[in-house]
Design a binder for this molecule. Sequence first.
Ligand SMILES: Cc1cc2nc3c(=O)[nH]c(=O)nc-3n(C[C@H](O)[C@H](O)[C@H](O)COP(=O)(O)OP(=O)(O)OC[C@H]3O[C@@H](n4cnc5c(N)ncnc54)[C@H](O)[C@@H]3O)c2cc1C
Length: 463
Amino acid sequence: MTNVQTKKIDALKDSLEGEVLVPGNAAYDDARKIWNAMIDKYPAIIARCASSSDVVHAVNFARDNDLLLAIRGGGHNIAGSALCDGGIVVDLSRMKATHVNAQTRQGSAEGGATLADFDAATQAHGLATPLGINSTTGVAGLTLGGGFGWLSRKYGMTVDNLESAEVVTAAGDIVRASATEQPDLFWALRGGGGNFGVVTRFDFRLHPVGPGVLSGLMVFPISEAKSVLLQYRDFAAKTPDELSVWAVLRKAPPLPFLPERTHGTEIVGLALLYVGDSAQGEALIAPMRKFGHLLGEHVGVQPYVNWQKAFDPLLSPGARNYWKSHNFSTLDDKLFDIVIEYAMKLPSSQCELFFGAVGGATERPAPDATAYIHRDARFVMNVHGRWDNPADDNRCVAWARDYFKASAPFATGGVYVNFLTAEEGDRVRSAYGKNFDRLASIKRQYDPGNLFRTNQNIGPAPH
Ligand SMILES: Cc1cc2nc3c(=O)[nH]c(=O)nc-3n(C[C@H](O)[C@H](O)[C@H](O)COP(=O)(O)OP(=O)(O)OC[C@H]3O[C@@H](n4cnc5c(N)ncnc54)[C@H](O)[C@@H]3O)c2cc1C
């Protein structure tokens, strides 16, 4: 707990338009809950900021009182970096405003907006920018790590669509970062995580999307997984950027379009979205139905915002979660044997192994165009360990780690920073590769005291 005197905390309360919570306040326990129930941290102060100027006060307070500081956007980070023990949380969950200019195809989101908030605002105009696949995720953390989802093959990483940002720096200044203003900071924000300041507003380029999009899920028996995955890989290599198909191996949830006998048994699923004319998309995906004996499918034109929420029930907050992740530029036949072996020993009904498809527009920028470097990745794999009972922690974590080790020889060695767990600080260099040194220099310029260190940390380069 902090030694900051009550008097000082009272002064902080007086200076904020938002609220300040400390242990003992009725709302405190709820405010320290985040998506991953494995994280149980007790901040001394939670500053629920209502404006950029609140953020300035909170940052100044942390720096001047030598307090550990964590930034909370959507609270989804697996590592629990949205919270800290004993320090101050700059909680942006009240700052969710969005704005869209349909004429110029630009949209902005405050630092606490979720994907659902921003998708709803942009889709009201038939526009969107690439975001992730779970609508309760924060726009902020997702964007700052790179960001990818169903639209990425067509329109790039989320950071490729970021045009500017408003940032509160460690010095407590409000600055704008773009290609022409603080360009180094702007480069670092596009993948460098929460290392460089508190982003209070993101400004994105938008694209015409839907509002109805061809999307859905096809499900095949696990006994045919090898053949389905081999065909999937060859098909994915040839698909136009408009089509994204992700593969997932897990136990079948009780979905109404699947026969009851399959519920709770292992399956391989192909989830897809086509951004463009749905008749063309339909023709393109037709061969996928022949990859094996379909157990069921639910594919059709639906509102993009609905598809963005389709996986929310499987990814609700409150479960225990442990992830391991690799990037792949190709999927080796032998990798599939390993995937299937581990899919046959899932330690809980909620665990899954998935391959998210990137490539297309995500591959085109140079690796040093943004801090996000993994332009060689075609697939981002996540071993998603998920369960409810703390008694299962060791078993589920061991399963994820064992699979991760077994699949490592086939991976690029790079990793998506947003999928790293708390214990993977040693992989931060792999997350940034050759961009790491430039990031460390920019860190020295904008945060020489490493105030923003409750994250996958990039320390300031030595003088
Ligand atoms: C269920 C689920 C599905 C996901 N799906 C995808 C996906 O499809 N694609 C994808 O790319 N990622 C995905 N992710 C990963 C996601 O991008 C990261 O978890 C990301 O960190 C979440 O951002 P957040 O704002 O919700 O998290 P938080 O935990 O609030 O923040 C994480 C970190 O980001 C930094 N940060 C947050 N807000 C700010 C801010 N305003 N200014 C400065 N720094 C800030 C801080 O360092 C903070 O510790 C998913 C995560 C989950 C849990």
